[in-house]
Design a protein. Sequence first.
Length: 248
Amino acid sequence: MSELLKVSNVTKRFGGLVAVDNVSFSIREGETVGFIGPNGAGKSTVVNLLSGYLKVDAGEIEMDGTRITKMKPYERTRLGLSRTYQIPRPFPELTALMSVITSVLCGKRRINQSFEDAAVEATQYLEFVGLFSKRNILARDLTFYELRMLELARALATTPRLLLIDEVMAGLNPAEAKRAVDMVVRAKEQFGPTIFWIEHVMAIIVDAAERIIAINYGQMIADGTPDEVINNEAVIEAYLGKGWREYA
């Protein structure tokens, strides 16, 4: 597999706090990579840096050999990088269908696409996530689970090569969480994006990922197969705890 994303010595500070400290890693095309660590470790900050929502203070980010460090989020999207948010960020006054049409038109390979063609494509993504029946409902009137699925549909509609997933299970009940995880797995199978996935439920990410990267206090502490990482002493001490398997 070829290298799709390369992160080199990336640092991000918020005043005197170093949230991400000289982090380097790469992701190969086709991988599902889990990203773990305790609350406040810097996980979402890394995703925000990759997506362009935040600017790096030092270091470089490359996607498929193109330096994207200073690119705006929409420019990264057109290169094939998309994301979901831990807290959904819908367009509250748009219907579910219009929300996904917007993503279709903003994605890569969208030159001269008509609105009508975009609507047909958007409908397919809504059907995939189970929201076709809610296509004419305003986003503000959707349930939290439905907003999660709308987030995923919008991200997929940009036709990403790299999809950043930020805690798809957060705020969901157990039944909804299982459906959400199954949807991400199905999205990988059907649409084929490389996935970089923040998740706190270790049983989920160990099963879904080929590799796991662990971070603590903004610094990398492990990068390897799921088995290597969950048995890494630094990861056990910082995040999992000695008895974590009893509750996994």
